[in-house]
Design a protein around this ligand. Structure first.
Ligand SMILES: Nc1nc2c(c(=O)[nH]1)N[C@H]1C(S)=C(S)[C@@H](COP(=O)(O)O)O[C@H]1N2
Ligand SMILES: [Mo]
Length: 390
């Protein structure tokens, strides 16, 4: 059997990308993680409309075909669920017990939200835009049925990369990822990207819906004290994907492979420690360093002494944000981006696996993909930062 999403809860489906098997820059659609609060809604494509209303000059209802007739835009972007990694927290926090795989990287295509807002005519007092999904249900602390809905500040809604997405990796959206249309907010935690979108309302006040007041908020320290903040842009983070936790590897040279991402920014560098954070060395970034997109990275580790080792990675973004070493409980079970140690055993009677997983094959994969989609192929030599630290 081939690779599959890892089911965390079956109904509604919440499932992870099998991250440890990542072999390329984009996550194939069938493996892309799923986060559903309610069951996916039944949608009749013929009768489906996207309604734009609120503080606009003209209320407009768009059919699918009318949307497709507008200019499309494509962005590559990583999406992470704000609760990704929650199962690693101690003490445990309520919510879906995600491992490391509530994340994926894809190519998103659609119409900028901006195009629709411009056509509807924004009124001057508009401050936020509300996006509502067709799915609905209840939560234990909210027994009345509600739609999944979130608002976005006007500036981010008007950013040309904020899309009404119809395609993922070139394919029409699958039902489970929000077909026929979802909002896609690059660089923000997944919760912003409302699936099964059918209503947009421009607001002249702050929206206080369940998914941005009761859930998906955290406390932030400010000069005036703690301030409740809505989960928004993704934090800088890295994850070691090979070797796996508690794996037994050989003495000699072993290849440590991981991923790193920084929301709206690009990754500037990744450092690796093999002694639980006492000493660090630079990892090599693989592929393009681009805003919104994750980077694969590798570090060749020489170790001649058998023992138990704690591997860690620490990413820095191009905006200078550094991955923290500890979890801040103020994040309340969200934004779990601290450098989490991963233990491995090095043994003399095992083979080292430096040749396992060929980095150039990975680059090849990125190039083949770009070529297939008629984009400029990457320059292998330029993109592969050979020699830094190994
Ligand atoms: N309508 C709707 N949109 C939604 C959700 C949802 O439950 N309903 N979940 C959100 C959350 S929390 C995440 S992380 C992303 C996940 O998108 P995916 O399932 O396509 O990976 O969708 C977001 N959009
Ligand atoms: Mo999420």
């Amino acid at each position: 059997m081939g690779e599959q999403r890892k089911i965390v809860t079956a109904a509604p489906e919440n499932s992870e990308t099998p991250l440890d098997a990542t072999r390329g820059w984009v996550t194939p659609n069938p493996l892309f993680f799923v986060r559903n609060h309610f069951e996916p809604p039944p949608i009749d494509g013929e009768r489906w409309r996207l309604r734009v209303e609120g503080c606009v000059d003209h209320v407009i209802e768009w059919t699918w075909q009318e949307l497709l007739d507008l200019p499309q835009r494509t962005v590559f972007a990583t999406v992470e669920c704000a609760g990704n990694g929650r199962s690693f927290l101690e003490p445990r926090m309520p919510g879906v017990a995600w491992g490391a795989g509530a994340i994926g990287h894809a190519e998103w295509t659609g119409v900028p939200v901006r195009s629709l807002l411009e056509r509807a005519g924004l009124q001057p007092h508009a401050i936020e835009v509300l996006f509502e999904g067709a799915d609905q249900g209840t939560e234990p602390d909210h027994p009345e049925p509600m739609h999944f809905a979130r608002s976005l500040p006007l500036a981010k809604s008007l950013h040309p990369d904020t899309l009404l997405a119809t395609r993922m990796n070139g394919e029409l959206l699958e039902a489970i990822h929000g077909a026929p249309l979802r909002l896609f907010v690059p660089g923000w935690y997944g919760v912003a990207s409302v699936k099964w979108l059918n209503r947009i309302e421009v607001l002249d006040r702050s929206f206080c819906g369940y998914f941005q007041t009761k859930k998906y908020t955290y406390q932030r320290r400010t000069e005036k004290g703690l301030e409740t903040t809505i989960v928004g842009p993704m934090a800088v983070k890295s994850e070691i994907i090979r070797p796996r936790k508690d794996e037994v590897i050989g003495i000699g040279t072993n290849r440590i492979v991981g991923l790193a991402w920084a929301g709206e920014h690009a990754i500037a560098n990744v450092r690796v420690s093999t002694d639980g954070g006492q000493t660090w060395a630079a990892a090599n970034l693989i592929g393009p360093q681009a805003p919104y997109s994750w980077n694969m990275w590798e570090y060749l580790w020489e170790q001649s002494r058998p023992g138990t080792y704690a591997l860690m990675a620490q990413a820095t973004s191009t905006a200078g944000q550094v991955q923290p070493k500890e979890y801040d409980p103020l994040y309340a079970g969200y934004m779990i981006h601290f450098s989490r140690p991963l233990t491995v055993q090095v043994r003399a009677d095992t083979r080292s696996q430096a040749t396992a997983g060929n980095i150039h094959a990975l680059l090849f994969d990125i190039n083949a993909y770009a070529e297939e989609n008629r984009r400029a192929p990457l320059d292998l030599d330029a993109q592969y930062c050979e020699g830094s630290g190994i």
